[in-house]
Design a protein around this ligand. Structure first.
Ligand SMILES: Nc1ncnc2c1ncn2[C@@H]1O[C@H](COP(=O)(O)OP(=O)(O)OP(=O)(O)O)[C@@H](O)[C@H]1O
Ligand SMILES: [Mg+2]
Length: 477
């Protein structure tokens, strides 16, 4: 850590104008919280264990009117720190290992965004995020003053919906395997990107052998481009087209096996549609507009996507690819406009989806989103316990970064390098306590912060599958 760390934009510590409170009351968004400002982050003095003591040295007042998301309290100055909500458009990444408080941090950021009327799609690979709609039975020790009221406000205003792809006993979702090509037909570059992302999603299901992979991928890409340009949208139609490849598909003249390969890929896709409930089963069609739009009476929706019905990595990756393609198409049609942040996509265990090694079915769409979603106001939030295992374009595209406790030497080495690129040092990263992070964001150096506990119930054990399914059905947790 640099000797004179420059803090993230400091927030006022005065209870009557705490960060989120003041931001909240100034927020022109009609879906923004309407309760009185609270003292949520006016809490602990430096070094305080539980973050519940009033701050004797409140920081300077906010210098701008923008809504902010609190990111804890500086260990150096004791002041509350925060990032402007709109900075989250430029993405966030959390590097932190087991027991670091990573889940608590992610949850609190999601909750604070919801208090600002920002809805989220939250991927839940570990069954520990499906409790985002659960109340604490008693106030936890890590809450600051006012957090009990904020928790009430969050729970009353936020509609938490747990989705369970491939689990019909919960709240299933079915995929639309092809993106809305019609939305990008007028832009060659975007059409090409959409075709590439769709190809990546279909590849695991067309079952090419290693020897045929390069030719098959080329055939699939050319065929899909032709299909998209002809106005095609439905997978059934594409499967039928592949079965008898039309003459018009360009570039395949010198590939004599193209037609045979296309027919084989068509058969494998048809089989996948029969056996995979994600492709052909019952459930709500995956629609980002539904995932991100609260119903009347709520200010935000938090859509938790449980992977309990998708045990294999490949299934998860294929699902995430489809989701990301649909989300990209949707946000382009529904950009945030004047709102500071149009929505959030939260990806825990990001190293399993966009790894630094061989590409997965969703690497391409993840990188595409991380390069382009900001234009439309969609924020991405990645978390990983394996910084070395994460594709380097993800931290490269994330303005806000958190570094928490890490234990493995290899991961510490990777985090140290990533921190250096952000202008900071994380020498004591192997000794950080749970809930303590180094935070870095736009235009500032490194700040060691202590995060408050999340507003929704977070006991130490993850949910069982049955408990997730009960929440998905809207039954009492
Ligand atoms: N900000 C915090 N304030 C108070 N306690 C916290 C905070 N963050 C974490 N803790 C404590 O540490 C425990 C572990 O936190 P959390 O579940 O977020 O860890 P994790 O990094 O997600 O670990 P895991 O690998 O087990 O998923 C929590 O149950 C809680 O008791
Ligand atoms: Mg966790």
């Amino acid at each position: 850590m640099s000797p004179t760390p420059s803090p993230l934009p400091p927030t006022t510590g005065a209870p009557s104008s705490s960060t989120t409170g003041s931001a909240t009351t100034r927020n022109p968004d009609p879906r923004a919280p309407t309760t009185a400002p609270t003292a949520a982050h006016a809490g602990a003095a430096p070094g305080a264990d539980d973050g519940v003591v009033d701050d004797p040295h409140p920081g300077p007042a906010l210098t701008d009117d923008r809504p902010h998301v609190p990111t804890g309290r500086s260990e150096h100055s004791g002041r509350p720190v925060s990032v402007p909500l709109e900075t989250l458009r430029k993405h966030t990444v959390v590097f932190a290992g087991s027991g670091s408080g990573k889940t608590v941090l992610l949850r609190r950021l999601i909750e604070e965004c919801a208090l600002h009327g920002v809805s989220s799609i939250v991927l839940d690979p570990n069954n520990d995020l499906a409790r985002l709609g659960d109340a604490w039975p008693q106030p936890p020790s890590g809450w600051g003053p006012g957090d009990a009221d904020r928790a009430k406000d969050y729970l009353a205003g936020t509609e938490v919906v747990v989705w369970t792809p491939r689990k019909e006993r919960g709240r299933p979702l079915v995929l639309r395997p092809l993106p809305a090509f019609a939305d990008v037909l007028d832009d060659d570059e975007e059409l090409e990107l959409a075709v590439e992302a769709a190809v990546a999603g279909l590849l695991p299901r067309v079952k090419l052998t290693a020897a045929k992979a390069a030719i098959g991928t080329a055939v699939l890409k050319q065929a899909l481009g032709y299909f998209a340009q002809g106005g095609g949208t439905e997978l059934d139609d594409f499967v039928a087209m592949l079965a008898a490849l039309p003459e018009g598909v360009r570039g395949l003249e010198n590939i004599p096996t193209a037609r045979k390969l296309a027919a084989q890929m068509s058969e494998n896709l048809a089989a996948a549609m029969l056996v995979d409930p994600l492709f052909g089963g019952a459930g709500a069609p995956l629609d980002p507009g539904v995932l991100l739009t609260p119903s009347d009476g709520h200010r935000a929706r938090v859509s938790v996507i449980s992977f309990t019905g998708l045990p294999a990595d490949a299934q998860r990756q294929t699902f995430v690819n489809q989701l990301q393609m649909a989300l990209f198409a949707w946000i382009k049609k529904n950009p945030a406009g004047d709102r500071p942040l149009g929505g959030l996509l939260v990806m825990d265990e990001a190293q399993d989806f966009a790894p630094s090694g061989a590409a997965t079915a969703c690497t391409e769409s993840t990188l595409q989103l991380s390069a382009q979603a900001r234009k439309y106001g969609l924020g991405l939030m990645f978390a990983t316990q394996a910084p070395k295992g994460l594709h380097n374009r993800i931290p490269g595209n994330a303005t806000t970064q958190f570094f928490g406790l890490l234990n493995s030497g290899v991961q510490i080495g990777a985090a140290t390098e990533l921190a250096r690129r952000k202008g900071g040092r994380v020498d004591d990263i192997a000794r950080l306590g749970s809930g303590t992070f180094y935070a870095a964001s736009e235009g500032v150096g490194f700040e060691k912060v202590r995060m408050p506990m999340c507003l929704s119930h977070h006991p130490s054990s993850a949910l069982t599958q049955e408990e997730v399914l009960r929440r998905a059905r809207g039954e009492e947790g």
